[in-house]
Design a protein around this ligand. Structure first.
Ligand code: ARG
Length: 313
């Protein structure tokens, strides 16, 4: 078994993304309806090898598209560590660490913390914060940045608490809209919605309470920007997509969904991720953007750079 990650590009990367090689990935417990350890056991070695191949393909695709990958060291006994989206909410170099609901995943928290401390020592992170003990929040898996609207969507119900939204708002100083996930199947927000860079919203309405569907529709406004996926695309975790500018990296989807995306100017790159479906995860879950910046942050940085160049001229 080997994982290989292409060396970084000489050009400026288009995104900086944390991933964790699936050395220890398996389905050893069940904390969502996709996970069936007894089925995994039937052919564990083959599934694992296949998962490694699929992960390699995903990371190769990202590297080819100009993404700089940051590797988190895998550890035995925490098979879901591959799902780096759940590590934290990250914006403007600030990190709000996840607090997992299930004890199986709580064991990942020290590894994620150490990873962000390492990034802080390299100057890539300015601040690391934790939520109060009693509040659960599962990182970017349940708190998705909407670049077109400059706000967070915060999923709550199965894993994260509604109250986490207030902490996210206070820590990052950005608007947060809490939305209720009403099914066991679509247990994280990132398997239920994907706000795209152009303002479109890919989502599975059945995953949300009726009031939350109303809120999503109100915020998106223009009905042309609402892309509701079929039950089949939702079950294949196609909503769980990585979107970098006009590129979308996702598990194979229906022609219909692909058509909706391409006619809006997106380029769809599909990667088979069937072994990760066994754990309830797909492309977005396996990644965490470390370079998400709000427009306000970027314009402050630009001003600083101008001032600096004036001062040093
Ligand atoms: N088995 C993992 C869990 O149930 C899958 C997590 C997928 N991550 C995500 N962001 N949706 O927690």
């Amino acid at each position: 078994m080997s994982v290989h990650v292409k060396p970084g590009h000489a050009m400026t990367p288009r995104a900086h993304i944390a991933v964790c090689p699936p050395h220890f990935f398996e389905v050893a417990y069940s904390i969502n309806p996709f996970m069936e350890p007894s089925r995994w056991e039937i052919d564990a070695t083959a599934y694992h090898e296949h998962a490694v191949q699929q992960w390699n393909k995903l990371t190769d695709t990202l590297a080819r598209l100009g993404v700089r990958l940051e590797l988190l060291q895998p550890h035995a006994g925490v098979p879901d560590l591959v799902f780096t989206a759940n590590a934290a909410v990250v914006l403007d170099q600030k990190v709000l660490l996840a607090r997992f609901k299930h004890k199986e995943r709580q064991a990942e928290e020290p590894y994620f913390r150490a990873f962000f401390e390492m990034l802080q020592s390299r100057g890539l992170v300015s601040e690391i914060a934790s939520l109060p003990q009693a509040i659960h929040q599962e990182g970017a898996g349940d708190c998705v940045w909407d670049p077109a609207r400059q706000m967070f969507w915060a999923g709550y119900g199965p894993r994260s608490d509604m109250g986490a939204a207030d902490y996210v708002r206070d820590f990052f100083g950005k608007p947060v809209v809490p939305v209720k996930l009403q099914t066991a199947q679509y247990y994280h927000l990132d398997v239920s919605m994907a706000p795209l860079t152009g303002g479109e919203m890919v989502y599975y309405p059945e995953a949300f309470s009726p009031a939350s569907v109303g809120q999503i529709q109100d915020h998106v406004g223009n009905p042309d920007n609402l892309i509701a996926v079929s039950a089949e695309d939702a079950a294949n975790l196609c909503v769980n997509a990585v979107n970098i500018e006009r590129d979308i990296i996702m598990a194979p989807c229906s022609n219909q969904l692909r058509g909706h995306l391409t006619e809006r100017g997106y380029q769809v790159h599909t990667v088979p991720l069937t072994e990760f479906w066994r754990s309830g995860g797909s492309a977005f879950c396996l990644t965490l953007r470390l370079d998400r910046y709000s427009d306000g942050f970027l314009s402050r940085q630009a001003k600083k750079t101008v001032l600096h160049s004036v001062e040093t001229a």
